[in-house]
Design a protein around this ligand. Sequence first.
Ligand code: COA
Length: 540
Amino acid sequence: MSEQEIKVPDLGGADEVEVIEIIVSEGDSVAEEDPILTVESDKASVELPAPAAGKIAKITVKVGDKVREGDVVGVMAADGDAGSAEQSAPAEESEEKVEAAPEEPKPAPKKSGGSRKETIKVPSLDGMENVPVIEVNVSEGDTIEAESALVTVESDKATMEVPSPYAGKVGKILVKEGDKVSEGDELVELTIEEEGGEKSPAAEPEKPAASEQPAQPSAKPEAAPQPQGSTYEPPAPGTKVHAGPAVRKLARELGADLTRVKGSGPKGRIVKDDVQAYVKSQLQQSQQGGSVGTGSGIPGVKLPDFSQFGDIEKESMSRMMAATATNMQRSWLNVPHVTQFEDADITDMEDFRKSQKAAGEKRGVKMTPLPFLLKACANALAELPQFNVSIDMEKKEVIRKKYIHIGIAVDTPHGLMVPVIRDVDKKGLWELAAESAELAKKARDKQLKPAEMQGACFTITSLGGIGGTAFTPIVNTPEVAILGVSKAAMKPVWDGKEFQPRLMLPLSLSYDHRAVNGADAARFTSALAQSLGDIRTLLL
Ligand code: COA
């Protein structure tokens, strides 16, 4: 064993940097290149690696200290003879760990009013080339602030957001996930509003540390419905994660979502202890039957090599498919589901609906069964407010909503989307028909804004235009119920004297049995059947 000083390596041009995290403790055994501590300049986070394998004898700096290249930050007892007291971490090692910072935001553009288009390009990546885009953080049509992350790139050593130098509206996106980019490559087209030149870029926006990464992609128009664990609180749009590569690596290894981890370091920086504490608390909660986990402890499904059975082809999931899959699984595993079935006699409703055909043509609106369903659900939610809640199992609270916004599941070529109609109780059938048609079109054209997919109290998923007799929809948590609608069919219904041919609409109400009891579910579907059976009651 030989004693070896741990020195600050070449900092890639940075002069003085601050120690923001001490990763090891005295007495810890480390492998060569294990991170010892993290320093941060205004541009980048750098982890100082162990110059050799061995035991940490002493750390001679503390969080907040300022250090420069060549400063001694600790002493270690290196295994074997490999180390020498003079040896410090090789410069190129540390440079590899530097998370490149983007270039300075550009100066203000032209001062004239109106708008102009700008194609935003990849800034200097500090020598990195062909770096994969791991996340596209914006969508076409998004309105963004200067400094909002456009994409996130990741080399094998560093993660970096590429921020927009200007505020504006995102036009065409010129890269996709998996693309490899280098400095100068075009990323997105941005329309920049120039209200007298006052509004555009942040004059001197603070440059983000390169290691910052958005909490999650800014809510995307194509985002899937947001079923989440009942205690899930989505991070505020634009929330940044402040953590170095070693912490990110640890989080990846442990499967921890850094957007949910509270940082205890300087400026809210997430340190390793935070990740470990978070994972521990999640484990404890799931062991205690808490509602946060997504089924930990459930054995995963092992896939065989399908090519042994015949030809196959592999394709990456789209972001939307992956998000929907995760959300469905989260809802399914967190929510004790029960489905209540009912048939509504819509013979009269259909007669009325068809009688409105000419009126609809005049208005340019098609009256389908959906507006009646929306109205009937709004009435039932008002009558049985225990369905218009969300539950917080951590705080043991029921959150009652005083508004009635209903999501409608829309089948689109790119996946399932759930736009939300607000204040359904205050709208008439024509208004609901027009709005649902417009939102469904927007969903199919990928034109929905994030706000148009948020805030639902309840969801309707209608497969009636396609077929089927019944199904068990998955509750779109944190809502507590969802109505599935299947295809109406003529059935013989006994009226006390004889069978009558009646048009019956199958309804399937899935609900979260923690929030709603079975008797109330039966009341809810009966209320629906009643209002759809006699639509005059919708007026009451
Ligand atoms: N029974 C019988 N026919 C029905 C029906 C029902 N329950 N619901 C709709 N129809 C009829 C309509 O009247 C219309 O017929 P018409 O042209 O003769 O009048 C036809 O089916 C098509 O209706 P549609 O265009 O689907 O309109 P809609 O207002 O009923 O539904 C959406 C709109 C957006 C809900 C629907 O288009 C959609 O996307 N459904 C799928 C949702 C989904 O995928 N859910 C799965 C989630 S897991």
